[in-house]
Ligand binder design. Structure first.
Ligand SMILES: [Zn+2]
Length: 129
């Protein structure tokens, strides 16, 4: 399931406004969100004050049930170590799986950590070649 939420966004013009941003996308149930991601329109906002269109970076969870991918996409300026984040992600999924009834959730999933949606997009495009 994909999910989004309204959150305050600050524009370069100094104004703040609310925008609905995706925090988790399931590209198996919502393939159009994968399209938006590949087109670079996912989490792009438009300032109602000055009309500026820009990408608002935030953490995003990318889930592909068919390919069994679970990707954690952090901001570019995230200072934590990629390996540390990956270990944390793997531990999280293991905990969810252990709590599930049949211990099937997220088993044999590929879990990866990316910094920035552009790096995720690069990975997905290379994969399709
Ligand atoms: Zn603005």
């Amino acid at each position: 399931m994909s999910s989004n939420q309204k959150q305050p966004v600050e524009c370069g013009c100094g104004k703040t406004f609310e925008w609905t941003l995706w925090e988790s996308i399931n590209v198996t149930t919502d393939p159009d969100l994968k399209e938006s991601l590949l087109n670079g329109t996912l989490n792009v906002v438009v300032c109602p004050y000055c009309g500026l269109l820009f990408y608002y970076e935030r953490f995003l969870l990318y889930h592909d049930e068919k390919k069994r991918y679970l990707f954690y996409v952090y901001n570019h300026d995230c200072e934590e170590d990629k390996e540390v984040l990956k270990k944390k992600a793997v531990a999280d999924c293991r905990a969810i799986r252990d709590k599930s009834e049949k211990h099937e959730i997220f088993s044999d999933y590929r879990i990866e950590v990316f910094f920035g949606l552009d790096n995720l997009v690069k990975f997905l495009k290379e994969e399709e070649l």
